[in-house]
Design a protein around this ligand. Structure first.
Ligand SMILES: [Zn+2]
Length: 333
């Protein structure tokens, strides 16, 4: 929870996020359906000041984090392709400086959709002999992501435009950028929501942009096909909690921008982590007792949280969530 004014705003954001989740659900349920068939005309991009040089853009798809300053603009994630003009217009309300960096938290279409069009509108910082030697050295914003995002994006059928691919893929545990007078640490979160998740920590502004390892709109979606795991999500949440420092009486301090949903602080992440830990322990107990999946479903291990996070329809139901956790815990027996 955060201060009272935020809660009202948060509820509005949540509505937007529910709409966004519905759009995503449609896309994910039928993978061949193109985003063009969704109606994005009515989607407005809302700008929420977070703190320091950081803003949050909310529309359809994943939240966008914007960092502005004298060096230019850095953004984390790019929503859907259809929204690129609106996203750029929103960024231009905040800064006239060039867009230098696009960071992707993972490869899902609602987080990378506008990569190509936004990166091509930007330019990277190239100096000295590089500019003379390579004609297009500064021609596009850098796209930074974990290597598995590049691998995923380069192997899609139908293919994703080359201009949308990460130009700066990292394969270590951490990637560092110093931009706008601020240290930005990008940490890989192995086998979490996918196998290519990054969280971005803006050290001076004291803001963490989490991607989909943390959402406020439902149970975490574990994309097992793309290398995700429940334990990886729990580990990622604990990493976020390690980085975040709460202010007075646990309100505020480090602010946390989730992949979907409203602006949060550390206490929100702790609540979410605790919920998932409790659910994990309940299902683990049932696995230890030899329960079948059917018996686990009957025991309803998420019942007390379903009103807030559960779903009977869409691409990620409570039933699928429970099954995914059960299968993982059962396999590690
Ligand atoms: Zn995602």
């Amino acid at each position: 929870m955060i201060a009272k004014g935020w809660i009202v705003y948060g509820q509005r954001l949540r509505l937007v996020a529910v709409l966004a989740a519905a759009v995503l659900a449609g896309l994910t349920a039928v993978p061949t359906r193109s985003a063009a068939q969704q109606d994005f005309d009515d989607i407005e991009i809302k700008i929420l000041p977070v703190q320091g040089g950081i803003y949050m853009l909310v529309g359809a798809g994943g939240n966008i984090t914007v960092q502005i300053g004298d060096d230019g603009v850095l953004i984390v994630d790019t929503m859907f392709a259809e929204l690129s003009d609106k996203i750029v217009a929103a960024i231009r309300e905040l800064s006239d400086e060039p867009i230098r960096f696009v960071v992707n938290t993972h490869a899902h279409p609602d987080h990378i959709g506008s990569n190509a069009s936004i990166a091509l509108k930007g330019s990277n910082i190239a100096g000295g002999n590089v500019v003379g030697a390579i004609a297009d050295a500064g021609a596009q914003a850098k796209i930074v992501a974990h290597e598995n995002v590049l691998i995923h994006m380069s192997m899609q059928d139908p293919p994703i435009a080359f201009e949308a691919w990460p130009t700066d893929a990292y394969y270590t545990a951490k990637k560092e950028i110093f931009f706008n007078g601020e240290a930005i640490q990008i940490f890989h979160q192995p086998e979490a929501h996918t196998n290519g998740d990054s969280i971005a920590f803006f050290r001076r502004s004291d803001v963490i942009s989490t991607g989909d390892v943390f959402v406020t709109t439902g149970y975490p979606y574990i994309d097992v096909q793309n290398g995700g795991s429940f334990q990886g999500v729990l580990d990622a949440l604990n990493n976020i909690i390690d980085l975040a420092v709460p202010a007075d009486r646990q309100e505020g301090g480090t602010m946390v921008i989730p992949g979907h949903g409203r602006l949060c602080d550390e206490a929100d992440v702790v609540e979410y982590r605790d919920m998932l830990t409790i659910i994990r322990d309940r299902i683990q107990h049932m696995v230890d007792e030899g329960f079948s999946l059917r018996q686990v479903h009957s025991a309803r291990p998420t019942l007390d949280y379903d009103g807030r996070f559960g779903s009977d329809s869409g691409f990620w139901t409570t039933e699928q969530f429970i099954e995914t956790v059960y299968e993982e815990l059962n396999a590690s027996e």
